[in-house]
Design a protein around this ligand. Structure first.
Ligand code: C2O
Ligand code: CU
Ligand code: CU
Length: 496
Protein backbone atom coordinates (compact mmCIF):
# COMPACT_ATOMS: atom_id res chain seq x y z
CA UNK A 1 0.00 0.00 0.00
CA UNK A 2 1.26 3.38 -0.97
CA UNK A 3 0.63 6.38 1.23
CA UNK A 4 0.77 9.87 -0.08
CA UNK A 5 0.19 13.21 1.48
CA UNK A 6 -2.17 15.78 0.18
CA UNK A 7 0.37 17.73 -1.78
CA UNK A 8 1.66 14.70 -3.62
CA UNK A 9 -1.85 13.51 -4.15
CA UNK A 10 -2.91 16.71 -5.81
CA UNK A 11 0.21 16.71 -7.95
CA UNK A 12 -0.34 13.09 -8.92
CA UNK A 13 -3.90 13.59 -9.95
CA UNK A 14 -3.20 16.85 -11.70
CA UNK A 15 -5.80 18.60 -9.64
CA UNK A 16 -3.52 21.42 -8.53
CA UNK A 17 -4.50 23.44 -11.55
CA UNK A 18 -7.90 24.34 -10.22
CA UNK A 19 -9.66 21.03 -10.07
CA UNK A 20 -11.22 20.27 -6.76
CA UNK A 21 -12.27 16.83 -5.81
CA UNK A 22 -14.12 14.89 -3.26
CA UNK A 23 -11.39 14.47 -0.73
CA UNK A 24 -10.58 18.14 -0.34
CA UNK A 25 -13.26 18.98 2.11
CA UNK A 26 -12.07 16.21 4.39
CA UNK A 27 -8.74 17.87 4.78
CA UNK A 28 -10.46 21.18 5.25
CA UNK A 29 -12.46 19.68 8.08
CA UNK A 30 -9.20 18.40 9.47
CA UNK A 31 -10.40 14.84 9.55
CA UNK A 32 -7.54 13.40 7.63
CA UNK A 33 -4.11 14.47 6.60
CA UNK A 34 -3.45 11.49 4.41
CA UNK A 35 -5.27 9.51 1.86
CA UNK A 36 -4.14 6.17 0.65
CA UNK A 37 -4.75 5.10 -2.86
CA UNK A 38 -4.33 1.36 -2.95
CA UNK A 39 -3.36 -0.97 -5.74
CA UNK A 40 -6.02 -2.77 -7.76
CA UNK A 41 -6.94 -6.19 -6.40
CA UNK A 42 -8.58 -9.18 -7.95
CA UNK A 43 -11.13 -10.85 -5.68
CA UNK A 44 -14.28 -12.89 -6.32
CA UNK A 45 -17.21 -10.94 -7.78
CA UNK A 46 -19.74 -13.33 -6.32
CA UNK A 47 -20.04 -14.86 -2.85
CA UNK A 48 -22.64 -17.60 -2.38
CA UNK A 49 -23.58 -19.26 0.86
CA UNK A 50 -22.80 -22.94 1.30
CA UNK A 51 -24.35 -25.21 3.92
CA UNK A 52 -26.31 -22.34 5.40
CA UNK A 53 -23.34 -20.01 5.83
CA UNK A 54 -21.97 -17.06 3.92
CA UNK A 55 -18.66 -15.92 5.31
CA UNK A 56 -16.44 -13.34 3.71
CA UNK A 57 -13.99 -10.52 4.17
CA UNK A 58 -15.15 -7.19 2.87
CA UNK A 59 -12.87 -4.18 2.71
CA UNK A 60 -13.80 -0.62 1.84
CA UNK A 61 -10.96 1.29 0.20
CA UNK A 62 -10.04 3.90 -2.34
CA UNK A 63 -8.64 2.21 -5.48
CA UNK A 64 -8.16 2.49 -9.20
CA UNK A 65 -10.88 0.66 -11.12
CA UNK A 66 -11.89 0.42 -14.75
CA UNK A 67 -15.28 1.85 -15.60
CA UNK A 68 -15.73 0.45 -19.08
CA UNK A 69 -12.52 1.56 -20.81
CA UNK A 70 -12.11 4.50 -18.46
CA UNK A 71 -9.58 4.61 -15.66
CA UNK A 72 -11.28 5.84 -12.50
CA UNK A 73 -10.29 6.28 -8.84
CA UNK A 74 -13.25 5.29 -6.74
CA UNK A 75 -14.42 3.98 -3.39
CA UNK A 76 -14.73 0.23 -3.57
CA UNK A 77 -15.68 -2.88 -1.66
CA UNK A 78 -12.99 -5.48 -2.33
CA UNK A 79 -11.66 -3.31 -5.13
CA UNK A 80 -14.84 -3.55 -7.21
CA UNK A 81 -17.46 -1.21 -8.59
CA UNK A 82 -20.15 -2.38 -8.22
CA UNK A 83 -19.27 -4.37 -5.12
CA UNK A 84 -19.29 -8.18 -5.12
CA UNK A 85 -22.73 -9.79 -5.28
CA UNK A 86 -23.76 -11.73 -2.19
CA UNK A 87 -26.21 -14.61 -2.56
CA UNK A 88 -27.98 -16.47 0.22
CA UNK A 89 -31.14 -18.37 1.03
CA UNK A 90 -33.68 -17.89 3.79
CA UNK A 91 -32.33 -19.37 7.01
CA UNK A 92 -28.68 -18.72 6.15
CA UNK A 93 -26.23 -17.07 8.51
CA UNK A 94 -24.05 -14.27 7.19
CA UNK A 95 -20.68 -13.31 8.65
CA UNK A 96 -18.90 -10.34 7.17
CA UNK A 97 -15.50 -9.36 8.52
CA UNK A 98 -15.56 -5.74 7.49
CA UNK A 99 -12.44 -3.57 7.33
CA UNK A 100 -12.63 0.17 6.86
CA UNK A 101 -9.66 1.31 4.79
CA UNK A 102 -11.36 4.56 3.83
CA UNK A 103 -10.24 7.94 5.12
CA UNK A 104 -13.45 8.53 7.05
CA UNK A 105 -15.91 6.52 9.13
CA UNK A 106 -18.42 4.23 7.50
CA UNK A 107 -20.67 1.20 8.13
CA UNK A 108 -22.88 -1.23 6.22
CA UNK A 109 -26.62 -1.18 5.68
CA UNK A 110 -28.50 -4.16 4.22
CA UNK A 111 -31.18 -2.31 2.31
CA UNK A 112 -34.51 -4.15 2.23
CA UNK A 113 -33.57 -7.18 4.31
CA UNK A 114 -35.85 -8.11 7.18
CA UNK A 115 -33.20 -8.80 9.83
CA UNK A 116 -32.43 -7.32 13.26
CA UNK A 117 -31.81 -3.56 13.17
CA UNK A 118 -29.60 -3.71 16.25
CA UNK A 119 -26.28 -5.18 17.42
CA UNK A 120 -24.03 -6.34 14.62
CA UNK A 121 -26.83 -6.83 12.12
CA UNK A 122 -28.49 -4.01 10.14
CA UNK A 123 -27.49 -1.36 12.64
CA UNK A 124 -27.03 2.06 11.03
CA UNK A 125 -25.88 3.59 14.30
CA UNK A 126 -22.61 1.68 14.16
CA UNK A 127 -19.71 3.92 13.16
CA UNK A 128 -16.55 2.16 12.04
CA UNK A 129 -13.49 4.38 12.12
CA UNK A 130 -10.70 4.31 9.52
CA UNK A 131 -8.48 1.23 9.96
CA UNK A 132 -11.05 -0.42 12.21
CA UNK A 133 -12.71 -3.76 11.60
CA UNK A 134 -16.24 -4.76 12.51
CA UNK A 135 -17.80 -8.22 12.41
CA UNK A 136 -21.31 -8.26 11.03
CA UNK A 137 -23.31 -11.36 11.79
CA UNK A 138 -26.99 -12.13 11.31
CA UNK A 139 -29.38 -14.83 10.17
CA UNK A 140 -31.97 -14.41 7.44
CA UNK A 141 -35.34 -15.55 8.87
CA UNK A 142 -36.63 -18.91 7.59
CA UNK A 143 -39.69 -17.21 6.09
CA UNK A 144 -37.77 -14.37 4.44
CA UNK A 145 -39.03 -13.69 0.90
CA UNK A 146 -36.74 -14.22 -2.06
CA UNK A 147 -35.73 -10.98 -3.70
CA UNK A 148 -33.19 -8.46 -4.85
CA UNK A 149 -31.72 -6.46 -2.00
CA UNK A 150 -28.49 -4.48 -1.71
CA UNK A 151 -25.86 -3.17 0.66
CA UNK A 152 -24.30 0.26 0.95
CA UNK A 153 -22.79 2.61 3.56
CA UNK A 154 -25.10 4.41 5.99
CA UNK A 155 -22.96 6.68 8.12
CA UNK A 156 -25.18 9.75 8.53
CA UNK A 157 -23.73 12.82 6.86
CA UNK A 158 -21.46 10.82 4.55
CA UNK A 159 -23.94 8.52 2.83
CA UNK A 160 -24.33 10.40 -0.47
CA UNK A 161 -20.60 10.99 -0.81
CA UNK A 162 -19.68 7.35 -0.17
CA UNK A 163 -22.39 5.94 -2.40
CA UNK A 164 -21.44 8.35 -5.17
CA UNK A 165 -17.88 7.07 -4.80
CA UNK A 166 -19.14 3.65 -5.88
CA UNK A 167 -19.87 1.77 -2.64
CA UNK A 168 -22.87 -0.47 -3.42
CA UNK A 169 -23.49 -4.13 -4.13
CA UNK A 170 -26.32 -6.61 -4.62
CA UNK A 171 -27.59 -8.89 -1.85
CA UNK A 172 -29.75 -11.60 -3.35
CA UNK A 173 -32.00 -13.91 -1.37
CA UNK A 174 -32.98 -16.94 -3.45
CA UNK A 175 -36.20 -18.88 -2.89
CA UNK A 176 -39.69 -19.63 -4.20
CA UNK A 177 -39.74 -16.92 -6.88
CA UNK A 178 -36.65 -18.44 -8.47
CA UNK A 179 -38.35 -21.84 -8.64
CA UNK A 180 -41.29 -20.78 -10.80
CA UNK A 181 -40.56 -22.82 -13.96
CA UNK A 182 -40.76 -19.97 -16.51
CA UNK A 183 -38.61 -17.73 -14.30
CA UNK A 184 -36.15 -20.50 -13.67
CA UNK A 185 -35.83 -21.08 -17.42
CA UNK A 186 -35.20 -17.39 -18.11
CA UNK A 187 -31.68 -16.13 -18.59
CA UNK A 188 -30.90 -14.16 -15.42
CA UNK A 189 -28.93 -10.90 -15.43
CA UNK A 190 -28.28 -8.22 -12.84
CA UNK A 191 -28.22 -4.49 -13.56
CA UNK A 192 -26.65 -2.20 -10.99
CA UNK A 193 -27.36 1.38 -12.10
CA UNK A 194 -24.80 3.92 -10.89
CA UNK A 195 -23.88 7.41 -12.04
CA UNK A 196 -20.48 9.01 -11.63
CA UNK A 197 -18.90 12.44 -12.06
CA UNK A 198 -15.22 12.25 -12.94
CA UNK A 199 -12.66 14.74 -14.14
CA UNK A 200 -10.34 14.13 -17.11
CA UNK A 201 -7.98 12.06 -14.97
CA UNK A 202 -10.71 9.84 -13.58
CA UNK A 203 -10.90 11.49 -10.16
CA UNK A 204 -14.19 12.01 -8.43
CA UNK A 205 -15.43 15.57 -8.79
CA UNK A 206 -15.82 17.40 -5.51
CA UNK A 207 -19.23 17.94 -4.05
CA UNK A 208 -18.40 21.63 -4.11
CA UNK A 209 -19.09 21.35 -7.83
CA UNK A 210 -22.30 19.39 -7.42
CA UNK A 211 -25.79 20.42 -6.70
CA UNK A 212 -26.16 19.02 -3.24
CA UNK A 213 -29.58 20.61 -2.69
CA UNK A 214 -31.11 18.89 -5.69
CA UNK A 215 -29.06 15.79 -4.93
CA UNK A 216 -25.80 15.08 -6.74
CA UNK A 217 -25.92 13.47 -10.16
CA UNK A 218 -23.12 12.37 -12.45
CA UNK A 219 -23.15 12.44 -16.21
CA UNK A 220 -21.57 8.98 -16.58
CA UNK A 221 -24.26 6.33 -16.43
CA UNK A 222 -22.86 2.88 -15.75
CA UNK A 223 -24.57 -0.49 -15.74
CA UNK A 224 -22.51 -2.96 -13.70
CA UNK A 225 -19.56 -0.57 -14.01
CA UNK A 226 -19.75 -0.60 -17.81
CA UNK A 227 -21.02 1.79 -20.42
CA UNK A 228 -23.67 0.38 -22.74
CA UNK A 229 -23.03 -3.31 -22.07
CA UNK A 230 -24.77 -5.88 -24.27
CA UNK A 231 -27.14 -8.54 -22.91
CA UNK A 232 -28.09 -11.46 -25.09
CA UNK A 233 -31.52 -12.94 -25.31
CA UNK A 234 -32.42 -16.10 -27.21
CA UNK A 235 -35.05 -15.46 -29.87
CA UNK A 236 -38.40 -16.68 -28.39
CA UNK A 237 -36.81 -16.92 -24.95
CA UNK A 238 -37.12 -14.92 -21.74
CA UNK A 239 -34.57 -12.65 -20.11
CA UNK A 240 -34.87 -11.88 -16.40
CA UNK A 241 -33.43 -8.59 -15.26
CA UNK A 242 -32.93 -7.72 -11.62
CA UNK A 243 -32.38 -3.99 -11.52
CA UNK A 244 -31.25 -1.80 -8.64
CA UNK A 245 -30.99 1.98 -8.68
CA UNK A 246 -27.77 2.42 -6.70
CA UNK A 247 -27.35 6.10 -7.58
CA UNK A 248 -27.56 8.59 -4.73
CA UNK A 249 -30.05 10.93 -6.45
CA UNK A 250 -30.65 10.09 -10.08
CA UNK A 251 -34.05 8.72 -11.11
CA UNK A 252 -34.11 6.25 -13.99
CA UNK A 253 -37.06 6.18 -16.34
CA UNK A 254 -36.37 3.02 -18.29
CA UNK A 255 -37.70 1.91 -21.61
CA UNK A 256 -36.56 -0.91 -23.88
CA UNK A 257 -37.14 -0.27 -27.57
CA UNK A 258 -40.16 -2.20 -28.91
CA UNK A 259 -40.34 -4.39 -25.79
CA UNK A 260 -42.57 -4.05 -22.75
CA UNK A 261 -41.26 -4.99 -19.31
CA UNK A 262 -43.10 -7.78 -17.52
CA UNK A 263 -42.79 -6.88 -13.86
CA UNK A 264 -42.51 -9.90 -11.56
CA UNK A 265 -41.01 -8.44 -8.36
CA UNK A 266 -40.55 -5.15 -6.54
CA UNK A 267 -38.33 -4.13 -3.57
CA UNK A 268 -39.57 -6.81 -1.20
CA UNK A 269 -39.98 -9.73 -3.62
CA UNK A 270 -42.45 -11.39 -5.97
CA UNK A 271 -45.83 -10.06 -7.10
CA UNK A 272 -49.05 -12.08 -7.32
CA UNK A 273 -49.12 -11.82 -11.09
CA UNK A 274 -47.13 -10.39 -13.95
CA UNK A 275 -47.74 -6.68 -14.69
CA UNK A 276 -47.01 -5.37 -18.18
CA UNK A 277 -45.32 -1.95 -18.31
CA UNK A 278 -43.93 0.12 -21.15
CA UNK A 279 -41.80 2.21 -18.84
CA UNK A 280 -40.28 1.75 -15.43
CA UNK A 281 -39.52 4.61 -13.09
CA UNK A 282 -36.86 3.58 -10.60
CA UNK A 283 -36.01 6.06 -7.86
CA UNK A 284 -32.84 5.75 -5.76
CA UNK A 285 -32.92 2.62 -3.62
CA UNK A 286 -35.70 0.86 -5.52
CA UNK A 287 -35.38 -2.53 -7.19
CA UNK A 288 -37.47 -4.35 -9.75
CA UNK A 289 -37.34 -7.72 -11.42
CA UNK A 290 -38.69 -7.89 -14.94
CA UNK A 291 -38.98 -10.44 -17.70
CA UNK A 292 -38.32 -9.50 -21.31
CA UNK A 293 -39.85 -11.59 -24.05
CA UNK A 294 -37.85 -12.02 -27.25
CA UNK A 295 -40.80 -12.15 -29.61
CA UNK A 296 -39.73 -9.33 -31.96
CA UNK A 297 -37.58 -9.21 -35.08
CA UNK A 298 -34.09 -10.48 -34.24
CA UNK A 299 -31.72 -7.54 -33.85
CA UNK A 300 -30.36 -5.05 -31.36
CA UNK A 301 -32.59 -3.00 -29.05
CA UNK A 302 -31.51 -0.19 -26.79
CA UNK A 303 -32.35 0.20 -23.12
CA UNK A 304 -32.99 3.92 -22.71
CA UNK A 305 -33.08 6.26 -19.79
CA UNK A 306 -35.80 8.81 -20.62
CA UNK A 307 -36.01 12.38 -19.33
CA UNK A 308 -37.71 12.88 -15.99
CA UNK A 309 -38.29 16.06 -14.02
CA UNK A 310 -37.92 15.38 -10.32
CA UNK A 311 -38.44 19.00 -9.36
CA UNK A 312 -36.03 21.76 -8.73
CA UNK A 313 -34.73 24.51 -6.60
CA UNK A 314 -36.08 27.25 -8.83
CA UNK A 315 -38.62 28.35 -6.26
CA UNK A 316 -36.15 28.62 -3.47
CA UNK A 317 -34.86 32.04 -4.31
CA UNK A 318 -31.90 33.50 -6.07
CA UNK A 319 -28.28 32.59 -6.17
CA UNK A 320 -26.26 33.04 -3.04
CA UNK A 321 -29.17 32.34 -0.80
CA UNK A 322 -27.85 28.91 -0.08
CA UNK A 323 -24.57 30.25 1.23
CA UNK A 324 -22.04 29.01 -1.25
CA UNK A 325 -21.92 28.57 -4.94
CA UNK A 326 -21.55 24.83 -4.59
CA UNK A 327 -25.15 24.56 -3.63
CA UNK A 328 -26.46 26.42 -6.61
CA UNK A 329 -24.13 25.79 -9.47
CA UNK A 330 -22.99 22.77 -11.29
CA UNK A 331 -24.59 19.77 -12.79
CA UNK A 332 -28.08 18.59 -12.15
CA UNK A 333 -28.85 21.83 -10.39
CA UNK A 334 -32.53 21.70 -11.15
CA UNK A 335 -32.67 17.98 -10.76
CA UNK A 336 -34.06 17.80 -14.25
CA UNK A 337 -32.89 15.06 -16.48
CA UNK A 338 -34.21 16.76 -19.59
CA UNK A 339 -31.53 15.98 -22.11
CA UNK A 340 -32.09 13.49 -24.86
CA UNK A 341 -32.63 9.88 -23.79
CA UNK A 342 -29.41 8.15 -22.75
CA UNK A 343 -28.48 4.66 -23.89
CA UNK A 344 -27.80 2.47 -20.86
CA UNK A 345 -27.43 -0.96 -22.43
CA UNK A 346 -28.20 -3.02 -25.53
CA UNK A 347 -30.18 -6.21 -25.89
CA UNK A 348 -29.06 -8.48 -28.71
CA UNK A 349 -31.04 -11.41 -30.11
CA UNK A 350 -29.31 -14.79 -30.24
CA UNK A 351 -30.17 -18.08 -31.93
CA UNK A 352 -33.79 -19.16 -31.40
CA UNK A 353 -35.05 -21.52 -28.72
CA UNK A 354 -38.47 -23.13 -28.27
CA UNK A 355 -40.96 -20.38 -27.39
CA UNK A 356 -41.28 -19.80 -23.64
CA UNK A 357 -44.45 -18.32 -22.19
CA UNK A 358 -44.79 -15.91 -19.30
CA UNK A 359 -45.71 -17.34 -15.89
CA UNK A 360 -49.45 -17.06 -15.27
CA UNK A 361 -49.29 -16.95 -11.50
CA UNK A 362 -46.49 -15.82 -9.22
CA UNK A 363 -46.67 -15.71 -5.42
CA UNK A 364 -49.28 -14.70 -2.91
CA UNK A 365 -49.14 -11.13 -1.65
CA UNK A 366 -51.56 -11.09 1.29
CA UNK A 367 -53.55 -7.99 2.15
CA UNK A 368 -52.63 -6.36 5.45
CA UNK A 369 -55.22 -5.65 8.15
CA UNK A 370 -56.30 -2.04 8.37
CA UNK A 371 -55.07 -0.10 11.37
CA UNK A 372 -57.15 2.57 13.02
CA UNK A 373 -54.27 4.89 13.68
CA UNK A 374 -52.82 6.87 10.83
CA UNK A 375 -49.49 8.56 11.32
CA UNK A 376 -48.64 11.66 9.30
CA UNK A 377 -45.33 12.66 7.80
CA UNK A 378 -44.72 15.87 5.89
CA UNK A 379 -41.72 16.24 3.62
CA UNK A 380 -40.25 19.63 2.74
CA UNK A 381 -37.14 21.73 2.97
CA UNK A 382 -36.52 25.00 4.74
CA UNK A 383 -34.05 27.37 6.33
CA UNK A 384 -32.84 26.73 9.84
CA UNK A 385 -30.85 29.50 11.54
CA UNK A 386 -27.24 28.47 11.83
CA UNK A 387 -27.67 25.47 9.55
CA UNK A 388 -28.84 27.07 6.34
CA UNK A 389 -30.95 25.02 4.00
CA UNK A 390 -32.03 21.73 5.48
CA UNK A 391 -34.44 18.99 4.54
CA UNK A 392 -37.24 18.29 6.95
CA UNK A 393 -39.70 15.65 8.06
CA UNK A 394 -42.62 17.12 9.99
CA UNK A 395 -40.80 20.44 10.03
CA UNK A 396 -37.68 19.09 11.75
CA UNK A 397 -34.22 18.19 10.50
CA UNK A 398 -32.71 14.90 11.71
CA UNK A 399 -31.66 14.89 15.34
CA UNK A 400 -29.53 11.79 16.08
CA UNK A 401 -30.54 11.62 19.74
CA UNK A 402 -34.28 12.00 19.45
CA UNK A 403 -36.91 9.35 18.86
CA UNK A 404 -39.27 10.73 16.26
CA UNK A 405 -41.65 7.82 15.90
CA UNK A 406 -42.49 5.03 18.33
CA UNK A 407 -44.36 1.98 17.17
CA UNK A 408 -45.26 -1.32 18.80
CA UNK A 409 -43.82 -4.59 17.61
CA UNK A 410 -46.41 -6.90 15.99
CA UNK A 411 -48.73 -4.11 14.92
CA UNK A 412 -49.67 -2.81 11.49
CA UNK A 413 -49.81 0.94 10.87
CA UNK A 414 -50.89 3.26 8.09
CA UNK A 415 -48.48 6.06 7.34
CA UNK A 416 -49.59 9.02 5.29
CA UNK A 417 -46.67 10.80 3.67
CA UNK A 418 -47.34 14.25 2.24
CA UNK A 419 -44.85 16.07 0.06
CA UNK A 420 -45.52 19.78 0.43
CA UNK A 421 -42.31 20.78 -1.36
CA UNK A 422 -41.20 21.36 -4.92
CA UNK A 423 -39.01 18.29 -5.36
CA UNK A 424 -39.79 14.58 -5.49
CA UNK A 425 -38.72 12.53 -2.45
CA UNK A 426 -38.43 8.73 -2.44
CA UNK A 427 -39.38 7.71 1.12
CA UNK A 428 -37.59 4.67 2.54
CA UNK A 429 -38.09 2.70 5.77
CA UNK A 430 -35.52 0.30 7.19
CA UNK A 431 -36.16 -3.24 8.34
CA UNK A 432 -39.78 -3.89 7.33
CA UNK A 433 -41.44 -4.02 3.93
CA UNK A 434 -44.74 -2.19 3.39
CA UNK A 435 -47.54 -2.01 0.83
CA UNK A 436 -48.66 1.16 -0.91
CA UNK A 437 -52.37 1.68 -0.22
CA UNK A 438 -53.12 4.80 -2.25
CA UNK A 439 -51.69 7.86 -3.96
CA UNK A 440 -53.70 11.06 -3.62
CA UNK A 441 -56.59 8.91 -2.45
CA UNK A 442 -56.49 6.66 -5.53
CA UNK A 443 -56.06 3.00 -4.61
CA UNK A 444 -52.84 1.39 -5.82
CA UNK A 445 -53.69 -0.90 -8.78
CA UNK A 446 -51.89 -3.97 -7.43
CA UNK A 447 -50.38 -5.21 -4.16
CA UNK A 448 -46.62 -5.32 -3.86
CA UNK A 449 -43.96 -5.30 -1.15
CA UNK A 450 -41.94 -2.09 -1.08
CA UNK A 451 -39.33 -0.46 1.13
CA UNK A 452 -38.98 2.74 -0.90
CA UNK A 453 -41.85 4.70 -2.40
CA UNK A 454 -41.79 7.83 -4.50
CA UNK A 455 -43.76 10.76 -3.09
CA UNK A 456 -43.94 13.31 -5.88
CA UNK A 457 -44.18 17.08 -5.48
CA UNK A 458 -47.57 17.86 -3.95
CA UNK A 459 -48.52 14.20 -3.60
CA UNK A 460 -49.95 12.26 -0.64
CA UNK A 461 -49.02 8.59 -0.43
CA UNK A 462 -50.51 6.18 2.07
CA UNK A 463 -48.62 3.03 2.98
CA UNK A 464 -49.44 0.11 5.31
CA UNK A 465 -46.58 -1.35 7.26
CA UNK A 466 -46.37 -4.34 9.60
CA UNK A 467 -43.64 -4.21 12.26
CA UNK A 468 -42.61 -7.80 12.73
CA UNK A 469 -40.01 -9.85 14.57
CA UNK A 470 -37.39 -7.28 15.46
CA UNK A 471 -37.56 -4.54 18.08
CA UNK A 472 -35.08 -1.69 18.27
CA UNK A 473 -34.16 1.65 16.85
CA UNK A 474 -33.73 2.32 13.15
CA UNK A 475 -34.51 5.05 10.60
CA UNK A 476 -36.72 6.21 7.75
CA UNK A 477 -35.54 8.81 5.28
CA UNK A 478 -35.55 10.26 1.79
CA UNK A 479 -33.42 8.07 -0.48
CA UNK A 480 -32.05 11.05 -2.35
CA UNK A 481 -29.08 10.61 -0.09
CA UNK A 482 -28.04 14.25 -0.05
CA UNK A 483 -31.48 15.02 1.36
CA UNK A 484 -30.98 12.31 3.95
CA UNK A 485 -27.55 13.70 4.88
CA UNK A 486 -29.08 17.21 5.04
CA UNK A 487 -31.70 16.16 7.56
CA UNK A 488 -34.58 14.36 5.84
CA UNK A 489 -34.46 11.39 8.18
CA UNK A 490 -36.16 10.33 11.37
CA UNK A 491 -35.48 7.79 14.12
CA UNK A 492 -37.99 5.00 14.47
CA UNK A 493 -38.24 2.97 17.65
CA UNK A 494 -39.95 -0.39 17.41
CA UNK A 495 -40.92 -1.29 20.96
CA UNK A 496 -41.33 -4.80 22.36
CU1 C2O B 1 -30.65 2.33 1.03
CU2 C2O B 1 -31.30 3.95 4.66
O1 C2O B 1 -30.99 3.14 2.86
CU1 CU C 1 -32.32 1.02 3.61
CU1 CU D 1 -35.60 14.01 -0.96
Amino acid sequence: MKKINRRQFIALTGAATGGVFLLNHLWERGESSQVSLQAPINLPRLHKSTNGLLELDLEASYRPVKLGQKQAYLLTYNGQVPAPRLEVQAGDTIRIRFKNNLFESTNLHYHGLHIPVTGNADNVFVSIQPKETFNYEFTIPQNHPAGTFWYHPHRHGLVAEQLFGGLAGLFVVRGDLDEIPEIKAANEEFLVLQDFALDGEGNMISEAHMSIMAGREGDLLAVNGKFNPTFSISKNGLLRWRIVNASPSRFYRLSLEKHPFYLIATDGGGLAEVIELNELLLTPGERVEVLIKADKEPGKYRLLNLPYDRGGMGMMGGRGMMGGRGMMSGRGMMGVNNDAPTILATVNYDAPVKPVSLPRKLLSVPALPKHKQVRHFTLNHGMVPGQGMVFLINGKPYEPNSIDTQVKLNTVEDWEIVNTGVMDHPFHIHGNQFQVVSRDGKPEPYRAWKDTVLVQQGETVRIRIPFRDFAGKTVYHCHILDHEDLGMMGNLEIQK
